[in-house]
Write a protein that binds this ligand. Sequence first.
Ligand SMILES: *Cc1c(COP(=O)(O)O)cnc(C)c1O
Length: 413
Amino acid sequence: MNHFHARRGSLWAEDVPLSRIAEAVGTPTYVYSAATLRRHLGVVQSAFARVPTVVCYSVKANSNLAVLKLFSDAGSGFDIVSHGELARVLAAGGDPKKVVFSGVGKRADEMEAALKAGILMFNVESAEELALLDRVGRRLGVRAPFALRVNPDVDAKTHRYIATGLKTSKFGVPFEEAVALYKQSRRMKGLEARGVDCHIGSQLTDARPVKEAITRVGGLYAELKRQGFPLTHLDVGGGLGVTYSKERPPGVEDYARAVLESSPHLDATLVLEPGRVLVANAGVLLTRVLFRKKTVAKRFLIVDAGMNDLLRPALYEAHHDIVAVKPRRGPKTTMEIVGPVCESTDVLGHARSMAPLEQGDLLAVKSAGAYGMSMASTYNSRCRPAEVLVDGGEFRVVRKREALEELWRGESP
Ligand SMILES: *Cc1c(COP(=O)(O)O)cnc(C)c1O
């Protein structure tokens, strides 16, 4: 469910016509719906309401401060993967006690910043990382709370670029090595085992691998408790998929049932790390038609947003529905919807059947709230888009369009 809908022949975000935003702010622009963000978080919170849970929104999906603030105000914690994301969370007023720190390559200075901030726990992904965290903890005179991210070796059945729970992936500690590492940590004075963690991949559309993974790590959690580790948190990761076009991912309720059935009687606080499911369908990328062009082989629609603004189609052949903000009547034709970037992979929509479009028409690239702006770059020295948050009948710019001078900030000619 989201709050983008057609009204009087045009596309609106809540009670604001998208065309009004484009006129005021220009294009390309990301537009987010506050009501949709709140609703999605609320659905997750209520699906898990009967067990102790910390929802840690995965910041990398959409790290705009206004989005973080909205989630923080609604009770969410955060899953971070860098010092930069920690700084964003703190700048947005997020509660560090509800922050988990994931990622395979944390530096000592990042660990130190997170320890000083007082985060909930580090999700540690290797023996060497555990040893470094111990050193940093001892240097600061504290015990760093940690969970091992264990790799349950399950096939998440998602695109190979976003599967993370297979033996061959760089993520997590091999399942077979986890117990030995926890035992080792008992002798390390800068550490305190607090939980067990897993995350098997993104855009999951099948609940079975989730069940399989959580059953395995839940078993490990119970075993470690039997061995006397004072664990309190089972982190089941994120990854729940969304509908971009025809996918049928489990609903949040079904997902919650799968998680809870796989982890009964554990006496653990669950940590969830949802990213995409909270933000993807809460955002669109607004873009304008620059030119139409016909070659012997194809028709092209050249728009003012490119792969530097929305990387997903070029990076993982991702599909986003693309619609006219004010559809015209007329016969449909098939076309490539492409951006201005000098790369052949700069295709936002492949072989799309579209009603007539003219220069200057506005398009909305849908489901662009997750891994959109957070992956944007300035490739081709293109300024990154503006971001707008709509709330009811109001909208405000929550990130200004990047200015030309910002493109070379810090450079010296
Ligand atoms: C990216 C990531 C998430 C969020 O994944 P989504 O598919 O956006 O829900 C959660 N946990 C970890 C460790 C991640 O790397």
